[in-house]
Design a binder for this molecule. Structure first.
Ligand SMILES: [Fe+2]
Length: 221
């Protein structure tokens, strides 16, 4: 995927990696991730997933804070990217920590109202018809929905976790799920297995039009 991006003649404003960054959260895996992502010629923005380990993550992707969770805001290319930590140590699915909700409210309040903002995290806060991950999705979504409805400049919610390219709606906003980069997880009607390694990895290009509409192009490699 990084090779593909490296070969394109055009530019992208940012590469969003919405977790997981590693499989087992070991320092060696973070070193490898940092080395690989460091080869990208575009800015790479990350947030942790349920397989990540916060202290090891911070050692390689410092967020300037000493305490959990790992939340970071970036302003680039005329947009705000709030990269939120939706993981809870030792658990698979989860919810945004109270401190993350407060942090997100602050960064969206501080962000320019006339520029789009993206709220990004690992776990989608809705069911997507994939039972294996629906059972361990992001819960406590009502307070997130209420928060997002207070900030009209939020253009979309972007997440990972599910290993399948999917689109849904959350709090009246587009919710976009990135495909997996190693394996795919598809609804049970499509396959007898939970994780399907036969399907090609993929990623998504997202673009904001002049009318602030969100356009997505998917790539399978
Ligand atoms: Fe995950």
């Amino acid at each position: 995927m990084l090779d593909y991006l490296d070969d394109i003649p055009g530019e992208v404003n940012a590469v969003l990696v919405t977790g997981d960054i590693t499989d087992h959260g070991t320092p060696a895996e973070y070193q490898e991730a940092a080395r690989l992502l460091g080869t990208c010629r575009f800015p790479v923005l990350t947030c942790p997933g349920n397989h990540d380990e916060r202290s090891a993550y911070r050692a390689v992707f410092p967020d300037g804070r000493a305490e959990s969770p790992v939340n970071q805001v970036h302003r680039l290319a005329g947009a705000t990217f709030a990269m939120c930590d939706s993981s809870i140590p030792g658990r698979a699915g989860d919810l945004l920590d109270d401190s993350t909700i407060d942090w997100l409210d602050e960064v969206l309040t501080a962000a320019p109202r006339d520029e789009p903002a993206f709220v990004c995290f690992h776990h989608p806060p809705v069911r997507l018809g994939v039972p294996f991950v629906d059972a361990i999705r992001q819960f406590g979504e009502q307070r997130l929905a209420e928060l997002l409805q207070r900030h009209q400049h939020v253009l979309a919610v972007l997440c990972g976790y599910v290993h399948t390219a999917a689109a849904a709606t959350f709090a009246g906003l587009p919710l976009r799920v990135a495909p997996g980069v190693v394996s795919m997880i598809v609804p049970p009607r499509e396959t007898g297995t939970i994780i399907d390694y036969r399907l090609p990895p993929g990623f998504a290009f997202r673009a904001v039009g002049e009318d602030r509409g969100l356009v997505t192009h998917f790539r399978s490699l």
